[in-house]
Design a protein around this ligand. Sequence first.
Ligand SMILES: Nc1ncnc2c1ncn2[C@@H]1O[C@H](COP(=O)(O)OP(=O)(O)O)[C@@H](O)[C@H]1O
Ligand SMILES: [Mg+2]
Length: 252
Amino acid sequence: MASVIQYDKVRKIYNSGDDEVVALQEVSFSVGEGEFVTVVGRSGCGKTTLLKLTAGLLQPSGGAVQVAGAPVRGPLTNVGIVFQAPVLLAWRKAIDNVLLQVEARKLRVENYRKRALELLDLTGLKGFEERYPSELSGGMQQRVSISRALIHDPPLLLMDEPFGALDAITRDEMNLELLRIWHEAKKTVLFITHSIPEAVFLGDRVIVMTPRPGKVSEIVNIDLPRPRTTALRDEPKFISYVRQIRKSLGVR
Ligand SMILES: Nc1ncnc2c1ncn2[C@@H]1O[C@H](COP(=O)(O)OP(=O)(O)O)[C@@H](O)[C@H]1O
Ligand SMILES: [Mg+2]
């Protein structure tokens, strides 16, 4: 399997005043084409830092990040990024928030309108295309964000705790929807979360990070059948993966 992302001894130190914060000590792993890789770790272990390094929004202090075989030297354009908060423009309808991505890339909006409608349908927002963000629930807003991240058809999707702010029920539903989209659109996904069950439910592999300074403590292959279903969460194998990762993270 060709690797889409490769981290080689990645190190990131933040300098704030006289203080040095070692956010990532040494991170090495890779993500294969079409793979769904989840990264789990406690708050402050460097997950967002890792995502920003991958997107080219930050540069490493040591080591190297490669995407599609080339070192990341600046902001990547051929990726879709979904952050924890939906960051929609309040004065734009759902469809126009999706098309924002197209405008920002100086592409012809008219060429993308049909695709934007398809994506809103795919993410379960049919009938809500003309609504403003204030008329949508948190889950629906996040679906608009996901549609926006997919509109330019990037082969790689980077997601930073996209469902962290949602209630547990909506979150489980969004997990299923995301897997459906991933399956249909054949993307490579790097998905960051602090939820162990979410990491296991979604991932082909789970990268377990140690607390600060961030390192990879374990990589767990998730040998569970796809398509994943809600019932899987009650399976002994699922529970045993969750237990293994909890132990690895030192959760009491
Ligand atoms: N711009 C910054 N300047 C200084 N320290 C930072 C900066 N961004 C993050 N950090 C620190 O780096 C560590 C990792 O942060 P982050 O990557 O956001 O972790 P996570 O996403 O896992 O919660 C934290 O200790 C955080 O305080
Ligand atoms: Mg974070």
